[in-house]
Design a protein around this ligand. Structure first.
Ligand code: AQP
Length: 345
């Protein structure tokens, strides 16, 4: 993976102490290649450089109706996947959000410092309320104040996310600054940390939209659990254009997306890729993209298949993570409660 400094936004030079990073992922299905290239893969690279915490954001998942048994299964799967991609619980704090009650508590305090107008402007709220018009619930609207609590409890410097989450991290910064201005320094004001490569992987069926794990069309995304034949088939069916020459250009959303996936995995520049496939058609290129994706996912899938059989181990790791996370979170929560005027006993 390309982790050169130029490839990162918002990095501060000459850090005086080890920086902290935190990010979360919703257990709303098996993550896609978009989640992996845009966020999760970067988390693995960061764990040696920074103090990192990553959480399964299960409380966020119920902003959209979930079937309880399925949600439970998906929480185990997402936790197992975090371990499978190479996050090491010895170095990195891994936990499940609902197992740390401070998230819901701080969320209420922050909700009282978040404006209706701010929440109304969130693109995700607009998208999801259009998609789930029969269930536009308060949680869907208030999602960013829970996300602000998730982040601010751990006082991180950076929040490594895909480009789609930048707006929520910016709102988190506004809420933190507002709170600090009112009550004194309680929260570190974090910065979004977005890798340029892979930050916005698009749907294979509608490349004007982002690739999303809850897409109803399974051909639109590559799931981290897709087997090699499925991956090849989905790439073969990916929507492109009729020009049949591999280059990154205006109005070529489908092929641009495939080039970005290939570049993000191989580290090759767009120019190198254009040279590599000069004189070849989209068919050859699609197979090449599928092959690098298959090889990237193979070790993750092997590890996942092993871990998902061992519920006792997963629960032990969850309990350890929740205990460590609770200690850090409670410290920040108490500070926020005290500054706001509550009585701590
Ligand atoms: N298409 C994408 N390209 C790059 N990064 C992406 N991320 C999501 N989609 C892409 C990043 O993945 C992290 C975890 O996302 P999430 O599951 O917490 O929520 P999401 O952004 O709403 O992702 P999905 O897949 O679209 O979930 P559903 O379908 O449940 O809403 C985030 O850092 C995100 O930026």
């Amino acid at each position: 993976m390309d982790s050169s400094k130029e490839n990162k936004e918002n990095i501060v030079e000459s850090a005086p102490r080890k920086k902290r990073a935190l990010s979360c992922i919703q257990p709303t299905g098996i993550p896609t290649l978009g989640n992996y290239l845009g966020a999760m893969r970067n988390w693995v690279a960061m764990q040696d450089e920074m103090d990192c915490a990553f959480a399964v954001a299960d409380l966020h998942a119920i902003t959209v109706r979930q079937e309880p048994a399925n949600l439970r299964k998906q929480i185990y799967e997402m936790f197992a996947l975090l371990l499978s991609i190479g996050l090491d619980p010895e170095k990195t704090l891994l936990f499940v959000q609902s197992q740390v009650p401070a998230h819901a508590q701080l969320s209420w305090i922050l909700s009282c410092h978040t404006q209706f107008g701010e929440l109304s402007r969130m693109t995700q709220f607009k998208d999801k309320s259009a998609k789930h018009a029969d269930n536009i619930n308060l949680g869907l609207f208030a999602y960013p104040s829970l996300m602000a609590a998730d982040i601010l409890l751990y006082q991180p410097d950076y929040v490594p996310v895909g480009a789609d989450q930048k707006q929520h991290v910016e709102l988190t910064r506004d809420i933190a600054e507002r709170f600090n201005n009112l009550y004194g320094n309680v929260f570190t004001v974090p910065e979004p940390y977005i890798m340029k490569s892979g930050a916005r992987i698009r749907s294979l069926q509608d490349p004007t939209k982002k690739m999303s794990k809850s897409d109803t069309n399974q051909n639109a995304y590559i799931s981290l659990k897709d087997d090699p034949d499925t991956i090849v088939r989905k790439f073969k069916r990916a929507v492109t254009d009729s020009e049949a020459r591999v280059y990154h250009g205006e109005g070529k959303d489908g092929i641009n997306n495939l080039i970005e996936i290939y570049s993000s995995i191989t580290g090759k520049t767009f120019e190198q890729i254009e040279q590599e496939f000069e004189g070849k058609g989209y068919g050859d290129f699609k197979i090449a993209v599928a092959e690098v994706v298959v090889e990237t996912l193979r070790p993750i899938q092997q590890k996942f298949d092993e871990l998902i059989q061992d519920k006792a181990y997963l629960e032990k790791m969850m309990a350890q993570g929740a205990e460590r996370a609770s200690k850090i979170a409670q410290r920040t929560l108490n500070k926020a409660l005290k500054k706001t005027g509550f009585v701590i006993i």
